[in-house]
Each structure stands twice: as C-alpha cells, then as structure tokens.
Design a protein around this ligand. Structure first.
Ligand SMILES: Cc1ncc(COP(=O)(O)O)c(C=O)c1O
Length: 387
C-alpha cells in the first residue's frame, strides 16, 4: 500500500531534526526554536482558566466568535493602520491555520506560487498538500535578504506570491517602497499576495506597513497571537480575507479542523482587551536588547552583514567549504550549541545557520561567541588545508 505522494514531497523539518540530535544531551544552549522565552501575560492565563471553569467549552463558528472578530478588527486599525470589516476576519488555528485558510482558498493542483528562499518551511508543506507548485524567489544576504520583485519568474500558471514581513528566518523587514514594488508586480500579473505578518508587532525601528494597506484588493494576510503574546502553544491566529470570501474559506477550514479552540479564543480576547501596550513593549524591548547585543558582538569581530529589523532571528554564514548541516552538527558536538541549518529554509541559505534571538540576551551572546569561535577554528584549519 502506498502513502501520499503529496506528503512524501514535504521535506522533514530541519528544526525538529536538530532538536532530535540534541535530545538527551545536558547543558546545551538552545537557539533553534522561534519560541518566546516568556509566559503568556497573566490576563490571558486568567481568562483561559475562567473560561474552562465557568463556560461549556464547545464548538464555535468556524471563523470564530463575533466579539473576538470585532476586537481583532479594532487591533488591525490601531496597530496595522488598516480598516477592515470584522466579517473579513477569519479566526484560525494559529498563524499556520490562517495561512492554510488563505492558501487553500486560492490554490489548486498545478497552480504556481512564488515563495521566498529562504523562507519559513511549513508553507511549502501546505503548497504541496494542495497539489500546487512552489517557485522560489531569492532573498540574498547582500541585499539584506530583500527581494527583487521585477525579476520574479511569473508565468500563466502563477496565481500568487507569498511574502513574510518581518521575516523568519532572516529578521529582515520590507519597507513601504518594497511593498509597493511587490504590489505593482502583483497588479500587473493579477496575482494574490499572501502576506504572512505573524511578527507584525515585533520590530526594532519603524513599524512594518501591512500589505493590506498597500495592495488592498489582492492581499490575504495571516496574523497570530503566538509571537506577540508568547502564546505559541495556545494555537490561535487569524486571516484577513477579501470581502465575501468567508463562506468559501469556511469550507476549507471546516473540513480540516472544524473551528479553533474556544479556550484559546477566550484567552485571545483577553489579550486584545486586557493586555496593555506596555506589556508587549517590554517583551519587544527585551528582543531588541538581544538583537543589539548580537550586533555588538558581530561588530567587534568585523562580521556584521546586515541588521535584522524585526522578528527574532539572525542568519549567520558558515565558513567556506563547510556545509550548513556539518557546521550545525559541529556546533552541537564541539560547542554544545543548537542552531538550525539554513538549508531548512531553502537552497539559497545552504551557507547559513539560523540563530533564534528569542532565547534571552546572555544565552544568545554566548551562542554567537561560540559560532564565531568555531568559524575561526575552521577557517584557520581550512586555510591550512588550502580550502
Ligand atoms: C513566518 C511564520 N509564519 C507563521 C508561523 C506560524 O505561527 P503559529 O505558531 O501561530 O501557527 C510561524 C511560526 O513560527 C512563523 O515563523
């Protein structure tokens, strides 16, 4: 008996592969997961506890309860500066569920979608599951991991482009001018833009502009509670769809997981109504302090290439002549450090490793120092070997 070829095509997550290698080893520094090092805010935890004790936890409307959709629309106006009818908000099982709701509504077998390389790999699995075909566009370190939309290979089968701003795994942030270039290409070729904005509130300079503002007629956007509120395990996010799409998208989501968790929905409502900007600001300030410390260390060694402006990741190059997988393994074996090989995020990052800056300043500083140490050891060894 045969297993699904679509599932077969999905690469195994390199993040989990590294975690598996590290399992059972004590005293490691873990910089592999994009996992905030905080508890969810107290108001969130209390709201969930109240819901569990006082309410019957039942199925909800597939697209989420009206009060939550209303609050999300308010947040979109306040934070993302876009006015959206609550009817366009589709509450989902995490940001990943919001992406699936969006991609599932627009892609079918044989359709092509442009995906960033490097990019967050889970989207690739969704594209394969839908029978669609990924076409990758490069994000190069030399350009600060920003794209060149005018050079994208669009053909008659291309239906959509996915952007992720701020980006996992690079931390790059696209400014308004870049989004306008992307929108111009999308308009010219009638493409959807699926805009993954799950890191919308984690930025270290100017706030990111939402693609919903720049390309309102063709954007489907995905957001999440996971990163902003340190709620990764609660599994709640939302998509912003185009007007009139809700019933259509309901069919996709209904057949997949019926609705998101009511406990998480109640917690998310509290996140939006009871958690102050200050509490989020404190978490972001801590990520920024970590990012700044990382840049200081890179500056001191003359190895800074670019400045991550959002999310909580940094890409670092591996020494010439060494694969990213070998480098990550050596870091684990010789330096007790876990990072993710860049190839997990795409072929163009095969000379990179991803460092998560979410772990806290001192852990990240120690981790980066170890990466630089091993880099120097290998470069010196490589020079002797004539690499
Ligand atoms: C770029 C990106 N998009 C989407 C997600 C999924 O978010 P969630 O955990 O809310 O499903 C993640 C999670 O790491 C991510 O990094």
């Amino acid at each position: 008996m045969r297993l699904s070829p679509a599932a077969e095509a999905i690469p195994r997550s390199g993040i989990r592969a590294m975690a598996a290698l590290a399992q059972g080893r004590e005293g490691l520094l873990h910089l592999e997961y994009g996992e905030p090092g905080f508890f969810a805010p107290e108001a969130v935890r209390r709201a969930a506890a109240r819901a569990v004790m006082d309410e019957r936890i039942v199925y909800t409307p597939t697209d989420g309860p009206a009060d939550l959709k209303q609050e999300i629309a308010r947040k979109l106006l306040r934070v993302n500066r876009v006015a959206v009818d609550p009817e366009r908000v589709f509450v989902a099982h995490g940001g990943v569920g919001a992406l699936y709701a969006s991609l599932g509504s627009i892609l079918g077998p044989g359709d092509r979608i442009l995906l960033p390389d490097p990019g967050w790999p889970n989207v690739l699995g969704q594209v394969y599951t839908l029978g669609a075909e990924p076409v990758f566009y490069p994000l190069a370190a030399e350009t600060g991991f920003r794209p060149d939309p005018e050079s994208w290979p669009v053909d008659e089968r291309t239906r959509a482009v996915l952007i992720n701003n701020p980006s996992n795994p690079t931390g790059a942030l696209f400014d308004r001018a870049m989004l306008e270039r992307i929108a111009a290409v999308a308009r010219k070729h009638d493409l959807w833009v699926v805009s993954d904005e799950v890191y919308d509130q984690i930025y270290f300079g100017e706030p990111p502009v939402s693609m919903l503002e720049v390309y309102p007629e063709g954007t489907l956007a995905a957001f999440s509670f996971s990163k902003t509120y340190a709620m990764t395990g609660w599994r709640l996010g939302y998509a912003v769809l185009q007007p009139g799409m809700r019933d259509f998208t309901t069919k996709i989501v209904e057949s997949c997981y019926s609705s998101s968790s009511m406990v998480a929905q109640r917690a998310a409502l509290a996140a939006l109504t009871e958690v102050g900007e200050g509490e989020i600001g404190d978490m972001v300030a801590s990520y920024k302090a970590t990012r700044d410390r990382a840049l200081e260390i890179l500056d001191a060694s003359g190895r800074r290439r670019y400045v991550p402006e959002g999310a909580f990741y940094l890409m670092m190059p591996v020494p010439r002549g060494v694969s990213c997988e070998s480098f990550a393994r050596l870091l684990l074996e010789r330096k007790d450090l876990v990072v993710v090989p860049g190839s997990t995020f795409g072929a163009r990052a095969s000379q990179e490793v991803r460092v998560s800056l979410a772990a806290g300043r001192d852990v990240v500083a120690a981790g980066i120092a170890r990466i630089l140490e091993l880099t120097e050891e290998l470069e010196q060894g490589g020079a002797r070997l004539g690499l």
